[in-house]
Design a protein around this ligand. Sequence first.
Ligand code: ES4
Ligand code: ZN
Length: 324
Amino acid sequence: MKGFVSGLPKVELHLHIEGTLEPELMFALAQKNGIALPYDSVEAVRAAYEFDDLQSFLDLYYQGAQVLRTEQDFYDLTYAYLLRCKEEHVIHTEIFFDPQTHTDTGIAFDTVISGIHRALSDGEAKLGISSQLIMCFLRHLSEDAAIETLQQALLHKDKIIAVGLDSSEQGHPPEKFQRVFEMARDAGFLTVAHAGEEGPPENIINAIELLKVSRIDHGVRCTDDSHLVEQLAATNMPLTVCPLSNTKLKVFSDMSEHNIVELLDKGVQVTINSDDPAYFGGYMNANFMAIATTFDLPKQRLAQFTRNAIDASFIDEVAKAKLH
Ligand code: ES4
Ligand code: ZN
């Protein structure tokens, strides 16, 4: 099974680039940039990665991201992830970045996007990995802050395919961002949103109806509403599911409790993704293996996750047909 999963071509649709910051690079960048970390060693960082819920993770994730200061830092972070993609047969990836995490501490938007974009160009040229970039608004911050971020993104429209919504779902529902998402769509961006990760099914419904998303990120709590599950299946609304993230953040108490196979059986267009692999203990192959072994899935059904991801991707239709 390991050989099959490893060799299976994979498409990743839910990956936060700041969540690929491995402790080794975190330490190296902290030292280079003269930033103090509250850990003595790489091992101590890894030992701190025990989470109770989404917020307990986000606190460490935002802290870790502060070691990223220069264009080269963003390049190195992104290129390291792409090398991992190459190793794991990820042929296409759609990457989230959180500009506000950096601009709020004085790093220029241009610095962030230039470093990431230069790495993606090199990844395409040298590694043959295609990619797209999705800019996320931090939902715990204000609508005005999101609008300001959108304005900065307009100068880089050629590098960004879609906008998304991440961070703390509780208390920050999709409707808070209805206007900025409308502005983004008017400017030509596609939209996605994290919804139904910790929050209720209504957040999924509102992301679809009010934010007009092309995909739901996570969405696993849709099973609290059987009518919604039927609707997701009937409308081919993709869910970018992240198995190891969900167990690490206690969305499910154990992988055996995960509902991805139930959703697959019900005809929902579910995909497997790694979310924040440096924090959650594994990249794409580890996420596929967790589901394959827990549910004893045959190869054909595992390959369906890749077919779903190709269909759900923002690759143009001609290139999609070639991948199938
Ligand atoms: C995230 Cl797992 C998850 N959920 C919401 N926002 C996030 N940002 C980075 N990882
Ligand atoms: Zn996520």
